[in-house]
Design a protein around this ligand. Structure first.
Ligand SMILES: [Zn+2]
Length: 434
């Protein structure tokens, strides 16, 4: 007898919908079959679409940045994520410069993350790891990490990783089986100063800074036969440039992540009264760049939210340099992206991140033997986004009309959200098993 049966749903399997039942035992998908079999509990999913649980590969819960800490801790952030159909998120360790700091950084985040109600992993993060790359890589592997993030910018706070170390990381990446995540902006083209206000943000951090640096890093990736993942691509110009010159490595050695906000808003908003609420890095781009980004969606491999909200009060600062950067969105990414792109978006939120970050085939698909991480979605319940479960006092997506609604979210066979009601759960830390 099975623990749970999800009956008569439209199952998203390998890009198609199949009308069938999912039978779950011990947290795993035990059987997918049209047959009616006995189970202890049953969920009628007739008329509902059934997706593999979504994976958000880019969130920042309880992130201390300067004076402020991002509004959501691992509990509220994961509850909000579960309402958005996310069953696994990947957060980041604090940046380190030497291998000796890594284990401490790991234990610190592990302790905080115990509150998570859904499954999770971490990316390692480096800051200016001068002459330490090999030691850090070895330590990362010892702690079963398969990804490490760097910044090409933020030299003023000593977070920048310089080209020499980027190249070393790329050279190690395939042999040591890890992927280099990069926050890509040309440090020399960024011009932030104490005179600027929010309306200056798009000029201070231009898309030229992103595009030029992305081309350089893609070039390094090819030249040194590395493995790289570009986080939060903001401009269609960047994707276009990468597509033109690097189509041979995109989706095999070089991956592109973008975020829902870059498809939803453009930088006109920074001239409006509440523009400050949309402050993030990289910033929103021009209307033309947003249009281009949408046109090039097929070249974007994954959708991450870069969820890092602050309260509207914390955001209210005269000077650009004083504004804590980042917005929330973990609860809305599927609704927003699915409304824009329909079925095209599903792989980018499931199987693609699962494969890139070594969670596959445990996560990212509806298949016998995989974790029973499941989203039940009602395609008929169109709705307007109002409030959400994040602890920030606002969401930039408020007022957006979206198609359908997530009805239930299941992690390893347990309902975390059932028909809109929060049930609760205990997230499991996912470490790379290699
Ligand atoms: Zn981020």
């Amino acid at each position: 007898m099975f623990d749970l049966a999800i009956m008569n749903g439209e199952l998203y399997i390998e890009g198609n919908y199949v009308n069938s039942n999912i039978y779950i035992s011990d947290g795993k998908i035990s059987k997918i079959s049209k047959q009616v079999l006995r189970s202890k509990d049953e969920y009628n999913a007739i008329g509902k679409k059934i997706f593999p649980g979504f994976i958000d590969p880019h969130v920042h819960f309880e992130l201390k940045g300067g004076k402020y800490t991002s509004s959501d801790d691992f509990y509220s952030g994961s509850v909000s994520a579960a309402y958005g159909g996310i069953t696994t998120f990947i957060d980041f360790l604090d940046p380190i410069s030497t291998s000796a700091e890594l284990e401490k950084a790991y234990l610190k985040r592990r302790k905080l993350s115990k509150k998570s109600v859904i499954d999770y992993a971490f990316h390692g993060t480096v800051k200016n790891p001068k002459n330490q790359v090999e030691q850090i890589v070895n330590e990362l592997k010892k702690l079963h990490f398969s990804s490490v993030k760097l910044f090409t910018t933020y030299s003023e706070s000593n977070r920048r990783t310089y080209d020499e170390e980027i190249i070393k990381l790329l050279k190690f990446s395939k042999e040591k089986q890890f992927i280099v995540l990069a926050h890509i902006e040309n440090n020399d083209l960024i011009n932030m100063n104490s005179k600027q206000k929010i309306c200056d943000l798009p000029i201070a951090r231009s898309s030229k800074a992103e595009t030029s640096e992305a081309k350089k890093l893609a070039h390094y990736t090819r030249k040194y036969d590395g493995s790289m993942y570009m986080v939060h691509v903001s401009s269609g110009n960047t994707v276009k440039a990468l597509k033109e010159d690097f189509s041979d490595i995109i989706n095999s050695d070089f991956y592109i992540e973008s975020c829902p906000h870059y498809f939803t808003y453009n930088n006109d908003i920074y001239n409006k009264e509440d523009g400050i609420l949309y402050s993030m890095v990289p910033p929103l781009r021009s209307k033309e760049e947003v249009t281009l980004l949408k046109e090039l969606i097929d070249n974007v491999n994954t959708i991450g939210t870069d969820h890092c909200p602050f309260t509207s009060k914390e955001k209210q600062k005269e000077k650009l340099l004083d504004i804590p950067m980042g917005i929330g969105g973990v609860e809305h990414s599927f609704n927003i992206m699915y409304s824009l792109f329909k079925e095209k978006i599903i792989d980018k939120m499931t199987i693609n991140p699962a494969k890139i970050f070594n969670l596959y085939p445990r996560k990212g698909i509806l298949s016998e033997g995989s974790d029973a991480d499941i989203v039940i979605y009602d395609p008929l319940k169109n709705h307007t986004i109002t409030n959400d479960h994040s602890l920030s006092d606002y969401t930039v997506y408020k007022g957006q009309s979206v198609s359908g609604q997530i009805e239930s979210t299941i992690v390893r066979g347990n309902f975390i959200v059932k028909k809109g009601i929060f049930i609760g759960g205990t997230g499991e830390y996912l470490r790379d098993s290699r």
